[in-house]
Design a binder for this molecule. Structure first.
Ligand code: AMP
Ligand code: GLY
Length: 421
């Protein structure tokens, strides 16, 4: 099969490595890819939301499968575009635009969860029309107050505040366009106090297979302090996810979600990412994503023993019923090396050295570019160093040792991934 992966991060590098290992993969392309993905396939200079060019490339080069990494092209309707006559033979991993609202609209996701009785925080949907009801709802809640821009806001649309007056002010600011059109609608949520983790399923719209669970570390600072990032590290499996919790997640969250997808007749062949929180001993949904996580993919994929292309084919031909994936019993951990200043302003194009000295880890490129034979930084998150070992502590130890061997000006990483477990 000829396969195109869309994206350019560590997630897509991890997919490219795994897909290239499949005996069913003939030619692999990545658009736009990065210097890491270029080790496993051919990078094509097309941007992920340039849907017309992606389609044309797939037709010209006889693709059989399209694997969509990030959410933006899904929310913008790439899957719908591929359902047209000339491309409908190309299998797409990723839901259509209607189903992608589970990630693209917080209000859509909340009303879906309410309809299918999926445990989640109590909420109210607010626009300028019912802002007074928003203030009144805030009055009924205890601090802290959770305000979410309805639409995609580059990971910045969730604001958590301790002070009631500030929360009301923030609600007004969001509705007045603080996050552009994304916050013309706001979801106010009850605050859930617990520990977060993530579960992933691949669905064919009717049935699903589960992937290994993971926990990511979103804050820039050690001890989970400072600003939110795309993710500074991750581990899989998650020690506190025991059989009892796993069964509750399946029975109360995953199965009803897939039932809901089926009942709503969603065109959903792809990943469902359940962002969960354990409150006491009960799991609740914080958010859905319609794609795999990054850096979660960099610890989840290395633990999957199956041929991923076969699994994708089963999903595309709606044959996931009764299927189950095999996971390695070992632990995987990843540590993200980031540019100094991230998630605020940072400088790009710093030369990266030392990658060849890394031993016993996989280095996934996240934000890198190649120039005249050198690898340079090109993003906030630069490289994810993944290790697999008997337990996550040992995997972290190996990744930390290798993090010291890679050099670029301004390099920063967290040394405490897994500290809370
Ligand atoms: P989201 O984009 O919805 O995943 O929210 C970003 C982060 O905000 C989550 O990872 C949580 O740490 C936090 N958060 C979101 N919703 C809630 C909630 N209802 N209660 C507590 N924390 C939340
Ligand atoms: N690491 C969180 C995400 O991919 O959304």
């Amino acid at each position: 099969m000829n396969i195109l992966i869309l994206g350019s991060g560590g997630r897509e590098h991890a997919f490219a490595k795994k897909i290239s290992e499949s005996k069913r993969c003939k030619q692999l392309f990545i658009a736009p890819g990065n210097p890491g993905t270029a080790q496993f396939g051919i990078n094509v200079p097309i941007q992920v939301t340039d849907i017309a060019s992606v389609k044309q490339f797939c037709l010209n080069n006889k693709m059989d499968m399209l694997v969509v990494g990030p959410e933006a092209p899904l929310v913008e309707g790439i899957t719908d575009a591929f359902r047209s006559e000339e491309t409908k033979h190309i299998g797409v991993i990723g839901p259509d635009a209607f189903a992608a609202q589970l990630e693209g609209s917080k209000a859509f996701a909340k009303s879906f969860m309410k309809k299918y009785h999926i445990p989640t925080a109590g909420y109210l949907e607010v626009t300028t029309e019912n802002i007074e009801a928003g203030f009144a709802f805030l009055d009924t809640l205890a601090s802290p107050y959770v305000l979410k821009a309805d639409g995609l806001a580059a990971g910045k649309g969730v604001v958590i505040l301790n002070d009631l007056d500030e929360a009301k002010e923030e609600l007004r600011a969001m509705l007045s366009g603080k996050f552009g059109a994304a916050s013309s609608k706001v979801v106010i949520e009850e605050f859930l106090d617990g520990i977060e983790f993530s579960v992933f399923a691949l669905t064919d719209g009717q049935h699903y297979v589960l992937l290994p669970e993971a926990k990511d570390y979103k804050k820039i600072g050690e001890g989970d302090t400072g600003l939110n990032t795309g993710g500074m590290g991750a581990i899989s499996p998650v020690p506190f996810v025991d059989d009892t919790l796993w069964q509750k997640v399946i029975n109360k969250i995953v199965t009803p979600t897939i039932e809901g997808i089926k009942s709503e007749n969603m065109d959903y062949t792809g990943f469902v990412f359940f962002g969960l929180i354990k409150v006491g001993n009960e799991p609740f949904v914080i958010e859905y994503n319609c794609r795999m996580g990054d850096p979660e993919t960099e610890v989840v994929i290395p633990r999957i023993e199956d041929d991923l292309v076969e699994v994708f084919q089963d999903a595309i031909s709606k044959k996931l019923e009764g299927k189950k994936l095999t996971f390695s019993s070992q632990s995987a951990a990843t540590i993200m090396l980031v540019s100094g200043g991230y998630p605020g302003d940072f400088e790009k194009y710093k030369r990266i050295t030392g990658v060849d000295d890394v031993q016993d880890s996989i280095v996934f490129h996240a934000g890198t570019t190649e120039k005249d034979g050198d690898i340079l930084t090109s993003g906030g998150r630069v490289m994810a160093i993944t290790s697999v070992a008997e337990n996550f502590q040992e995997a972290i130890r190996i990744s930390l040792k290798n993090a010291e061997k890679i050099h670029f000006e301004g390099k920063y990483f967290r040394r405490d991934i897994g500290f809370d477990l």
